[in-house]
Design a protein around this ligand. Structure first.
Ligand SMILES: *Cc1c(COP(=O)(O)O)cnc(C)c1O
Length: 382
């Protein structure tokens, strides 16, 4: 399927009608084991930690969407990130973006540092900082673009070029959760590994937690597939089915998320109570040129700072009605949250701490007039 357009891949990649019945939708193979025709004679599956046909379909879909050779599905986005870190050895150095998902920072700082991995956090949108902080023992560069929650943009091609001239050729891993492969395909820009929280836009309906990894390297794929089975952080068949079903409308949803997010950005930018508004394709965004070079649209996430600080931000979040006050993002419904007090508690008082007056919106696909009216009434009360 690799030559097809992404709209077609979203619906078909990795999926064939079920060979036993012709069912057009991939069945939920809710089974832990598989009968063998003779001792050691399997029909391709032996135990569902090792492999499950619903998961295989999802893994093919993820690979197809990202234009990669291999896909692997995991139980969550964090389980996917954890697997990538397990490619490394004690003493290795990781250069990470300084505005990564709070849980990613927590995994790096509170779990993997204890195992002898060293981390440096830099603003990867500043290529000079990337160059200056690479060490001889750097084995991995980890970044998000757009970042969460500040929506900073890193030039993926430029970072890949820098790493290609480093003697160790560190791996470039990109968490593509915010952009999705519909907006941006990191492997085509020189990244080695793409990581997803499929909980977000790929699943798209806030009904499953999951993760995935896509890559081209045979060697790293072998190792990750080995660890997927050895460690066991696999998603169940029902969750794989839900993500597969969500992916089928990815392109349609993302277009509407971006249209609505643009309308919300324009509204917020004119509002007297609102300070800085952050949206990757907005004329005021410092990295809009890079964003427009590597992304199809600005996506569905918008962040803004309330001039009235943390109190005003909390009032907006608590008074919004169509925008539900909740963590997570990427579902069809609009969500609002205060990163400093919710999703990014794990980076509080660290070098990654975010402005307490920052509000993050995951703009859904409701009618944009209703979304703007809701923000208007919530801002009135702040
Ligand atoms: C949510 C999220 C994760 C973690 O994914 P889970 O599925 O919650 O484990 C990682 N990266 C980003 C950018 C996220 O938004």
């Amino acid at each position: 399927m690799s030559k097809k357009m992404i709209e077609t891949l979203a619906i078909h990649a990795g999926q064939e009608p079920d060979p036993s019945t012709g069912a057009i939708m991939t069945p939920i193979y809710q089974t832990s084991t598989y009968v063998q025709d003779g001792v050691g004679e399997t029909r391709g599956y032996e135990y569902s930690r090792t492999g499950n046909p619903t998961r295989t379909a999802l893994e093919g879909a993820l690979a197809g969407l990202e234009g990669g050779k291999y896909g692997l599905a995991f139980a969550s986005g964090m389980a996917s990130t954890d697997m990538i870190l397990r490619l490394l050895n004690p003493g290795d150095h990781i250069l990470s973006g300084n505005d990564v998902y709070g849980g990613t920072f927590r995994l790096f700082d509170k779990v993997y540092r204890r195992y002898g991995l060293e981390f440096t956090y830099v603003d990867t949108s500043d290529l000079a900082q990337v160059k200056q902080n690479l060490r001889p023992e750097t084995k991995l560069v980890w970044l998000e673009t757009p970042t969460n929650p500040l929506l900073n943009i890193t030039d993926l091609q430029a970072v890949a070029d820098i790493l290609a001239s480093h003697p160790n050729k560190p791996l470039l891993a990109v968490d593509n959760t915010f952009a999705t492969p519909y907006l941006q395909r990191p492997l085509e820009l020189g990244a080695d590994i793409v990581v997803h929280s499929t909980t977000k836009y790929l699943g798209g309906h806030s009904d499953a937690v999951g993760g995935g990894v896509v890559l081209n390297s045979d060697e790293h794929y072998e190792r990750l597939a080995f660890m997927q089975n050895a460690v066991g952080a696999v998603p169940g068949p029902m969750d794989c089915f839900l993500v597969l079903r969500g992916i089928k409308t990815l392109h349609v949803r993302m277009d509407r998320h971006a249209e609505n997010a643009t309308a919300v950005t324009d509204y917020l930018s004119e509002h007297p109570k609102v300070g800085r508004v952050i949206y990757p394709f907005d004329d005021t965004h410092p990295h809009r040129e890079v964003a427009k070079k590597q992304m199809r649209s600005g996506g569905g996430m918008v962040s803004f700072v309330m001039k009235g600080g943390v109190e005003a931000a909390r009032k907006v979040a608590e008074n919004a009605e169509v925008f539900a006050l909740a963590e997570s993002l990427g579902g069809v419904e609009s969500l609002i949250e205060i990163p400093a007090a919710m999703t990014h508690m794990s980076v509080a008082e660290s070098e990654l701490a975010v402005d307490p007056g920052l509000v993050r919106l995951s703009v859904g696909i409701e009618h944009k007039d209703d979304l703007i009216a809701d923000i208007e009434q919530a801002l009135d009360k702040a």
